[in-house]
Design a protein around this ligand. Structure first.
Ligand code: 5AD
Length: 346
C-alpha cells in the first residue's frame, strides 16, 4: 500500500486498477502516510502559504434540478434571492478592506444573469479592483457566454465535474444535464484561457472506488489549475435526504491523493469539510489543501444559500472571522497570504 503512495508521489499518477485497489483497501496507516506526504509536497511547492478567496453567493435561483442540491429548482422551501450589482460591489469593498484579492462569484444557473448583465458586472468589478483576480462559478454556459465573461475580465472559472462516470452522473443529475456537456464546458473554459477548476463531492450517492478512480484519472488528464472536493452532505428538502454523508477520513485521503497527483494545484479545504468537523479545514490543510474560501455574502442572505443541511456561515469561515482564521492557520504553522495567489506555472 505504501509503495503505491510512493509511486504516486514519484510519478504523479497511478493505473486505474492501482487507484481502485488503493481506494478500496487502504488502512489508517496508509491514509496517514499519504496525508503526511501530501503536506510535504504542498510545503515544497507553496511553503506555509495558504491562499484566501472571498466567496460571494450572489443568487440562489437555479434552473437545474440536481438531486443532491438544496437550491435545486424543485425545492419549493428554498427562499430565493438575487443580489444587486450594488450589493455585490459592496461585498467586494468589504472583502478588499479585509485583505481579499480574489473574489469568487458563485450562483445557481439563474436566467436573470444574462451574458450582458454578468459581463457588465464582471467589467465593473475588475475596473474597481484591477489588482484582484475574479473567479466565476455559475455553471454550464455557451462558448459565446464564457468568451464574453473572459473578455470582460474574469480570470478563473470553477465548474466541478461532479463525477467522471456517465452512469453515476445520471444518478446525481436529471436530464437535460449530461456528463458529456459538462466535460465540453470544461474543455471550452480551458481553451478560452480561464484558469479552470473541476472537482467532485466525496461520498455522493452511487460513488464507488471505480467511479472515484475515473475522477482521479479525469482530473489528471484535464490538469486543472484548481480542484474542489468536499463531502456530500444530505439536504432534507432533496430526494437525497436519507442518504449518508461523505466522511472526513475519505475527504482527507482524497485531498492527499490529489496533492500527490497534481503537486501545483490550488486545492481548497472547503466549507463542506468545515461543516462535517469543527477542525475540518485545518485537517484539510494538513492533508495537502492550500486554499480557504471565507464567505463574503451579506449576512441577510447567507442562510439562504443552503446547498446542504447545517452549512456553516457565520463562524471563522465568514470573512469577518478572518482574524480568527489567521490564528487558526498559525496554530498549524501556516500563514494566510493576501496576494492573488496565482497558480504556479510548471
Ligand atoms: N453536499 C455537498 N456539496 C454539495 N454541492 C451541492 N450540493 C451539495 C451537497 N448536498 C456542491 C456541488 C457543487 C458545489 C457548488 O457545491 O459539488 O458543484
Amino acid at each position: 500500500m505504501r509503495e503505491l503512495i510512493h509511486k504516486l508521489y514519484q510519478t504523479q499518477t497511478l493505473e486505474r486498477e492501482e487507484l481502485i485497489f488503493l481506494i478500496s483497501e487502504r488502512d489508517e496507516e496508509t491514509e496517514r502516510y499519504a496525508r503526511d506526504l501530501a503536506r510535504k509536497v504542498r510545503e515544497e511547492v507553496y511553503g506555509n502559504r495558504i491562499f484566501i478567496r472571498g466567496l460571494i453567493e450572489f443568487t440562489n435561483y437555479c434552473k437545474n434540478d440536481c438531486y443532491y442540491c438544496g437550491i435545486r429548482r424543485s425545492n419549493k422551501n428554498a427562499a430565493r434571492y438575487r443580489l444587486t450589482k450594488e450589493d455585490i460591489l459592496h461585498c467586494c469593498r468589504q472583502g478588499y478592506d479585509l485583505g481579499f484579492r480574489t473574489f469568487v462569484l458563485q450562483g445557481g444557473e439563474d436566467g436573470y444573469f444574462t451574458k450582458e448583465r454578468l459581463a457588465n458586472l464582471i467589467y465593473e468589478i475588475k475596473e474597481t479592483y484591477p489588482d484582484c483576480a475574479l473567479t466565476l462559478s455559475v455553471g454550464e454556459k455557451s462558448e459565446a457566454e464564457y468568451r464574453a465573461f473572459h473578455e470582460a475580465g474574469a480570470d478563473r472559472y470553477l465548474l466541478r465535474h461532479e463525477t467522471a462516470d456517465k452512469d453515476h452522473y445520471r444518478i446525481l443529475h436529471p436530464e437535460p444535464l449530461s456528463l458529456e456537456n459538462r466535460k465540453h464546458c470544461l474543455e471550452t473554459l480551458k481553451k478560452i484561457g480561464f484558469q479552470t477548476g473541476a472537482g467532485f463531492m466525496v461520498g455522493s450517492p452511487g460513488q464507488t472506488p471505480e467511479t472515484l478512480a475515473e475522477d482521479f484519472l479525469f482530473l489528471k488528464n484535464l490538469d486543472p489549475e484548481m480542484v474542489g472536493i468536499g463531502p456530500f452532505i444530505s439536504h432534507g428538502d432533496t430526494p437525497f435526504r436519507d442518504k449518508a454523508d461523505g466522511t472526513l477520513e475519505d475527504t482527507l485521503f482524497y485531498l492527499a491523493l490529489l496533492r500527490l497527483m497534481l503537486p501545483n494545484v490550488l486545492l481548497p479545504a472547503t466549507t463542506a469539510l468545515g461543516t462535517i468537523h469543527p477542525s475540518g479545514r485545518e485537517l484539510g490543510i494538513l492533508s495537502g489543501a492550500n486554499v480557504v474560501m471565507p464567505n463574503l455574502s451579506p449576512l441577510s442572505v447567507r442562510k439562504k444559500y443552503m446547498l446542504y443541511d447545517g452549512k456553516i456561515s457565520t463562524g471563522d469561515e465568514a470573512a469577518e472571522g478572518i482574524k480568527n482564521l489567521k490564528k487558526r492557520m498559525e496554530t498549524i504553522g501556516c500563514q494566510i497570504v493576501t496576494d492573488r495567489g496565482d497558480y504556479y506555472k510548471k
